[in-house]
Design a protein around this ligand. Structure first.
Ligand SMILES: [Zn+2]
Length: 85
């Protein structure tokens, strides 16, 4: 029998987790380092944040070596990390 654990790592974060944790969806290109936020409303709540990157590519350099992940505010000043294009 497979046992499911309730322990959630950031790797398993879903779209609905982002809303609950006051986080945003970030997209980063590993090829050119472009970093952008993405709108989450077009994804179902149960969508795994990591999985989104699979169907994406970088709008700048066209690489498919991109990552999607949960982004938190800067804990010191409350600001979101800046986008870079
Ligand atoms: Zn790129």
């Amino acid at each position: 029998m497979l046992q499911k654990t309730d322990t959630k790592s950031p790797e398993d974060a879903t779209i609905s987790d982002l809303g609950e944790n006051d986080q945003r969806l970030g997209l980063k290109c590993n090829h050119c380092s472009r970093f952008r936020y993405m709108a989450t409303h077009r994804f179902p709540p149960e969508t795994c944040v990591k999985e989104i990157a699979v169907s994406l590519h970088c709008a700048r350099c066209g690489s498919d070596d991109v990552e999607t992940f949960a982004v938190s505010r800067n804990s010191e000043n409350g600001y979101w990390p800046a986008e870079s294009s």
